[in-house]
Design a protein around this ligand. Structure first.
Ligand SMILES: Nc1ncnc2c1ncn2[C@@H]1O[C@H](COP(=O)(O)OP(=O)(O)OP(=O)(O)O)[C@@H](O)[C@H]1O
Length: 779
């Protein structure tokens, strides 16, 4: 149905502004949308595949028929006036806008129209490969096949290449774990190498565990041998070595294993240079310090690019001094410690080189400077170094990883043999082709193309929600529909570029009955600095004595935290609220005094506004815009306070009073903390950042926000405009990673609006829509 009563007004979906659909959807959940015939609640369906419509929650077929007939009449007949229904169903006293046809005025703006989702057309024809005749000349390969472990020819080539430097370029879904484990099993069982000679480095503890578990499935390989293998992450393996040599210095009691411990140290240092604790991005500072350490840059060697880096360099210096004084170490020191030990102790290095004759490294595209140095030291005697990776999946530049290590591996090791794994066993041909189309634009890569095993009737789908809110609703509706017809919640994953871009989605899932798990870093959207601060105005509008909101407010007013004490004292002395006490604090400049004197009046005005009006008033009339501008994006290229406020305004539109808005925020903040703690739910839809999805696979994948500025992220576009296309290439790799997680279907969201402004479809969407020329491997 397209026609219904909404809060006692007759509405026709086609005549409603697109912007209102989400509100209608939410009101339909609150039972405020009813049938024009029986007046029972209608639910609004706002999904991906079909235009929005209303359906009865409970109604007889007869009622539905009558309602449909009434709707037909209403749509064709111009109605000048009608009557409001009473609760018993008679229609009296209901007014439609005079002289308005409810079927007229077709919206002429693109923004107002529902746009049919489009299948990606640029899919080259699938060519069925003749299954390669199985070559059974190798006894071990045959033995594996008998145990249902099949390997294609390239995979097998990688297994057999055991000596010298080997680069396995493993495309997405090409079975690199299978290759790494089989190669090790082959060396142990067929070549009879000793397990003690081997070291396998993975990027995550999960990957190490999976490798060990998979190794146990190989024929003729006993558990004791598998247990002798050194398999683990860089940190776990290298830390064990350090412990072995100096258990006293490297005792776990000295490990700074909590973020807050490290933060406490730099906060102490920050006080020495008068940094305002409430207003400094300490988490960013720690990331920067870690980046320097992983690049083997000492505090003395830092070349600060701006004032922010200068300050962080000071914190770095003091952090290292404090750490040394107390004999503490952090996770980065585990790698640095071993690097130092092996550089200073040649005979020890030789012993390790003697022991580890075969070194293999997984996810080599994500390696950083200190890791690369350690690996090259350990493998320097034999050069039996096998690295597996995909330059197209290098997505951790912000943590210090650098795809140039995989791209220059051959230069580093001139005798390198290269094996390309280009058969994708995960996704159908349509998904693989879309991924090929996207990544082909990158210039800094080994050209290559993935091949799928099978074709499907479903191509990747582009769909066009109005904005972030509608996007979340459409995805939730789509997943719900699929679950209703038999899919499992765990079949789905929704991937997003940044946590803040998923706020609406997370909230929609929180309010739904679909089990879900959130894999994202960072605090809730409402705890982000700019958001928290602007919300503190609203809280103080409600209660001028809210002391926790006051502490957020003071820095936005360009006052120091110490001012809080003075404000509280002035409020007692003058028997007034904190806001009224502001102009009474000591030591104010004349311009500050003038501004603060105006505040009580402005807070009184604020109270009467809707949340959206209030936010705009705070920005424009209460100085918040200047505060956000002054803050810039201190050390954080990724997230701007002004963007957060724009995100908040999109959501504020759906709340009519400040009181309800704050209640909603508090509820969502509590829920966010609850769900963040949930782990390992067995049958849940996964909501995660693209970074977190790396290495995983899902039947159905949704990708959020594929518009310029969203994916690719704004910061990469800024860099690109300034002539640096590295970040943009990394964004393209992120898109590639996201698409290649899907086995059966991928749905790509291209919202029309973003952060309240017209958006432009992502360049990656345009790239997906044209067939990239075939790209044979070039090295
Ligand atoms: N030769 C093969 N025949 C059939 N299936 C295979 C073969 N090799 C690997 N697979 C399957 O392909 C899927 C992808 O393999 P895997 O997860 O190891 O890929 P990956 O290379 O690690 O992918 P990504 O880098 O994208 O995370 C797995 O389900 C795996 O069992």
């Amino acid at each position: 149905m397209q026609v219904a009563y909404h809060q006692e007004k007759l509405i026709h979906l086609q005549n409603c502004e697109r912007e209102k659909w989400q509100q209608l959807y939410m009101d339909s959940i609150r039972q405020q949308v009813t049938c024009i015939h029986c007046h029972t609640p209608l639910k609004m369906k706002l999904g991906i595949d079909a235009p929005p419509s209303f359906t009865h929650v409970n109604a007889t077929d007869e009622c539905i028929n009558i309602a449909n007939q009434m709707e037909k009449k209403l749509i064709t007949v111009e109605i000048e006036q009608t009557e409001q229904p009473t609760s018993n169903g008679s229609s009296t006293g209901f007014l439609l806008p005079t002289k308005r046809t409810i079927s007229s005025n077709p919206p002429d703006q693109e923004l107002d129209l529902w746009k049919k989702p489009e299948e990606v057309k640029a899919i080259p024809k699938f060519e069925l490969k003749q299954p390669a005749a199985f070559k059974d000349e190798n006894r071990y390969r045959l033995r594996l096949a008998q145990n249902n472990i099949f390997l294609d020819d390239n995979q097998w080539k990688a297994v057999e290449t055991t000596e010298g430097p080997l680069l396995i370029l493993a495309g997405a879904g090409s079975g690199k774990t299978r290759v790494l484990t089989t190669r090790t099993a082959y060396m142990l069982t067929e070549l009879k190498y000793s397990a003690k000679q081997m070291i396998m480095v993975t990027f995550t503890a999960k990957a190490a565990k999976e490798m060990k578990e998979r190794m146990r499935l190989y024929p003729d390989l006993d558990h004791a041998t598998v247990n002798q293998l050194v398999i683990g992450t860089f940190h776990s393996i290298f830390y064990k070595m350090l412990m072995h040599h100096n258990p006293e210095q490297w005792s776990p009691n000295h490990l700074l294993n909590q973020e807050w411990q490290r933060q406490a140290m730099i906060k102490e240092a920050a006080r020495e240079i008068d940094i305002d604790e409430k207003d400094f991005a300490f988490d960013q500072a720690l990331t920067q310090i870690s980046w320097w350490k992983n690049h083997l840059i000492s505090p003395e060697q830092v070349k600060a690019k701006d004032i922010w880096e200068e300050r962080v360099a000071y914190l770095f210096k003091r952090y290292e001094q404090m750490r040394h004084a107390k004999n503490w170490f952090d996770f980065d020191d585990m790698l640095l410690g071993l690097y130092q030990l092996l550089t200073e102790n040649e005979s020890l290095l030789k012993r390790y080189q003697q022991r580890f004759a075969y070194v293999s490294v997984d996810e080599f595209q994500d390696i950083n400077k200190v890791q690369v140095e350690l690996i090259s030291m350990l493998s320097d005697r034999t050069k039996n170094l096998c690295v597996v990776g995909d330059d197209d999946q290098s997505i951790y530049a912000f943590r210090g990883s650098d795809p140039s290590y995989i791209l220059t591996f051959k230069d580093q090791y001139p005798n390198t043999k290269v094996v390309l794994l280009d058969e994708n066993y995960r996704s159908n041909h349509e998904i693989v082709s879309a991924a090929n189309n996207i990544i082909a634009t990158n210039r800094t890569r080994y050209s290559k193309q993935l091949l799928a095993q099978a074709s499907s009737e479903h191509a990747p789908l582009l769909f066009y929600p109005y904005d972030e809110e509608e996007e979340a609703t459409m995805i939730l509706t789509d997943i719900k529909e699929k679950i209703e017809i038999g899919a499992k919640p765990a079949d789905f994953a929704v991937l997003f570029r940044t946590n803040s871009s998923a706020r609406a989605l997370i909230e929609r899932f929180i309010s739904s009955s679909i089990p879900f798990q959130l894999e994202a870093d960072g605090e809730s959207f409402y705890k982000r600095k700019a958001v928290r601060k602007i919300i503190s105005y609203l809280r103080l509008a409600q209660n001028q004595d809210d002391s926790s909101a006051l502490s957020d407010l003071v820095s936005a007013l360009f006052l120091k935290q110490q001012a809080i004490r003075d404000i509280k004292a002035a409020s007692i002395a003058h028997d007034c609220t904190y806001i009224e006490a502001l102009p009474h604090i000591e030591g104010l400049q004349a311009f500050q005094l003038k501004k603060l004197k105006e505040l009580p009046k402005k807070f009184a005005l604020l109270k009467k506004k809707t949340p959206l009006q209030a936010l705009e008033f705070i920005e424009q009339e209460m100085g918040f815009n200047e505060y956000v501008k002054k803050q810039g994006n201190e050390g954080n290229k990724m997230e701007r306070g002004s963007d957060d406020v724009r995100d908040l305004k999109v959501m504020a539109k759906h709340h009519s009073t400040i009181e309800h808005f704050l209640e909603y925020i508090d509820h969502m903040t509590v829920k966010y903390e609850e769900i963040r703690g949930q782990r390992n739910l067995t049958n849940a839809t996964q909501l995660m950042t693209i970074h977190r999805s790396k290495g995983l696979e899902f039947k159905h994948v949704y990708i959020l926000g594929c518009v310029e500025g969203g994916l690719p992220h704004d910061y990469s576009l800024d860099a690109w405009r300034e002539g640096d296309d590295k970040p943009l290439e990394e964004e393209r790799r992120l898109m590639y990673v996201a698409v290649t997680r899907a086995e059966e279907s991928v749905k790509i969201s291209v919202p029309i609006m973003r952060r309240g402004k017209k958006a432009f479809r992502s360049r990656f969407v345009r790239e997906i829509q044209r067939i990239a020329p075939k790209q044979p491997l070039t090295l």
